[in-house]
Design a protein around this ligand. Structure first.
Ligand code: FAD
Length: 499
């Protein structure tokens, strides 16, 4: 044992990835988690005999987590069963259905089937976006603690590919003329809770991550990833304390010394890592007078992602006509996106995503039945929608849409279990500021150096991991935040992460 202690607030993917690395390197790691299970938004809901992922269902860039397991002298495949999805998903529009695959030859055929004459643009997309990806990813793998980090050779080399002056939708205009086809390569902006018409052009790498690297499912659901990370923490003698809520950070002379729990007891450590949602943690865990940069006013003025309305349905039959991932677009998608980002409108005609993992995974529902998860991107709580008043009606609207658009006939007669999470629930029950499920917005003013730093600029000995710090929201980037913050701590102790 190294004799150095680390406290981590929260056992979400960020807290667990930093916890496993530091425990493996000999730190005395203590993860304090408010809930009675690990995983945070990447946890699970058990409803009777049905199991659902709470949040993430798309496992992308699996090499990132594989590398982190390797750093801990482990093989990810020994912990979870990974299944590649081919096709990746089904995209359903008013007048057409498009079924993308990461297999290039099959994808060319699929584009020609639905968008005749457009496959040349796809080949151009693959060629340029691969270059962009290869240049950009190394820039995301390092911390941005100083403004001069923008002058690194790495970032300068990536500059011509950043497309910083263009929106994501505009970038796709370089490859395709059909607006619907552009949507098929830009709807991924929703993964970071943004609009394709507003998200910076660099985020065209999001669809390339899928087309270039594939989309994966984990047997038992993606929540099994969090369980796997927690298992490694335990194997490396780290301690995960469940149902243990941190009430305040101990800050003395701008140095973070430890945490105080709800029962008034405290624990002190050499390093404190915050995985709890960034803005909520600032508001809840640190008195306003102790924050110089992230004042309440600053937090209120920052940009936040959209939220989601969730429906988890235990249904007493299988749905062979649905794919594993299905996205049903509003008839006027651009209008729907503008409603979402307004934060104040409940859409009349919402776009929605349906996850039907029971098609290939029999561990989530009893035999012959299905765990179906429905996600509707919707405004965060800043717009003041009253979800207590609107929840039931919106649920009924979704059930109607599942019948009319997703083909689940007579759905109400097949429901055995139902759970709902509204934007208010994300905020009040899951401790997510404004219920912004994908965290701080990913506009240029809140990226890299301008995102809260991994080595937190407010307090010494304090580090951030999770979607609210660099590199950003989404499982691979969150795992990376854990690696980046751990690497900074290891360097301070003179330890090489890679040795
Ligand atoms: C609906 C939804 C769908 C998503 N889909 C995908 C997807 O398909 N693919 C993808 O890559 N990403 C997806 N994401 C985004 C992202 O990957 C997840 O949200 C991820 O789980 C966030 O991880 P995190 O480490 O930042 O924080 P969290 O998962 O929020 O973990 C933070 C933890 O801190 C705990 N905590 C908070 N306050 C305290 C306290 N005071 N004391 C102790 N513990 C505390 C919380 O209980 C929680 O366990 C999705 C997110 C959502 C919400």
């Amino acid at each position: 044992m190294l004799g150095k202690k680390v406290i981590i607030v929260g056992a979400g993917p960020g807290g667990l990835s930093s916890g496993m690395i530091l425990a493996q390197k000999g730190f005395d790691v203590h993860i304090y988690e408010k809930k009675d299970i690990v995983g945070g938004r990447n946890g699970f809901i058990q409803a009777g005999e049905y199991k659902f992922d709470i949040g993430p269902t798309f496992f992308l860039m699996k090499d990132v987590l594989e590398r982190i397991f390797k750093l801990c002298q482990r093989n990810l495949n020994d912990y979870v069963e990974i299944v590649e999805l081919d096709p990746m998903y089904r995209l359903v529009f008013n007048d057409k259905t498009f079924i993308p695959t990461a297999n290039k030859d099959k994808m060319i055929q699929e584009i020609e089937r639905v968008f005749p004459g457009s496959s040349k643009g796809y080949e151009k997309y693959i060629e340029r976006e691969k270059k962009k990806y290869d240049r950009l990813i190394p820039c995301l793998e390092v911390p941005y603690g100083k403004v001069t980090d923008y002058l690194s050779t790495r970032l300068l080399k990536a500059l011509p590919f950043l497309d910083a002056h263009l929106s994501l939708f505009d970038v796709l205009g370089k490859y395709f003329s059909d607006d619907v086809l552009k949507i098929c390569f830009t709807f991924q902006a929703k993964y970071i809770g943004m609009s394709p018409w507003e998200a910076p052009g660099l985020f065209s790498i999001l669809s390339f991550i899928e087309h270039g690297g594939g989309v994966f499912h984990i047997h038992g659901g993606l929540n099994e990833l969090s369980k796997a990370l927690a298992k490694v923490v335990n194997e490396c003698n780290g301690k995960i304390h469940l149902s243990k809520c941190v009430k305040k950070l101990i800050i003395e002379n701008s140095i973070c010394k430890g945490v105080i729990f709800e029962d008034g007891t405290e624990d002190r450590a050499d390093y404190v890592i915050i995985n709890a949602d960034f803005a909520q943690a600032m508001k809840d865990l640190v008195e306003p007078q102790k924050r110089k940069k992230y004042t309440n006013k600053k937090l209120e003025n920052m940009k936040y992602s959209c939220s989601t309305f969730m429906l988890y349905l235990g249904l007493d039959k299988k749905f062979e006509d649905l794919n594993h991932h299905n996205i049903f677009f509003a008839n006027d998608y651009k209008h729907n996106v503008s409603e979402i980002v307004s934060n104040s409108i409940i859409p009349e005609d919402p776009s929605f995503y349906v996850h039907n993992p029971s098609l290939i995974d029999d561990s989530l529902a009893p035999e012959g039945k299905s765990s179906v998860y429905v996600l509707v991107p919707i405004g965060n709580t800043s717009g003041g929608i009253d979800w207590t008043a609107n929840k039931e009606a919106f649920k009924e609207k979704l059930l109607d849409l599942l019948e009319s658009k997703a083909g689940i006939k007579d759905i109400r007669n097949h429901i055995e279990e139902i759970r709902i999470i509204t934007p208010d629930d994300w905020q009040n029950k899951m401790d997510i500021y404004r219920g912004a499920t994908f965290n701080l917005g990913h506009n240029m003013g809140q990226l890299l150096y301008f995102r809260p730093h991994n080595e937190f600029e407010e307090f010494k000995n304090c580090y951030l991991v999770g979607g609210g710090t660099h590199p950003g929201s989404g499982l691979p980037t969150i795992y990376e935040s854990g690696r980046i913050s751990s690497e900074i701590i290891l360097k301070k102790e003179g330890i090489d992460l890679y040795s």
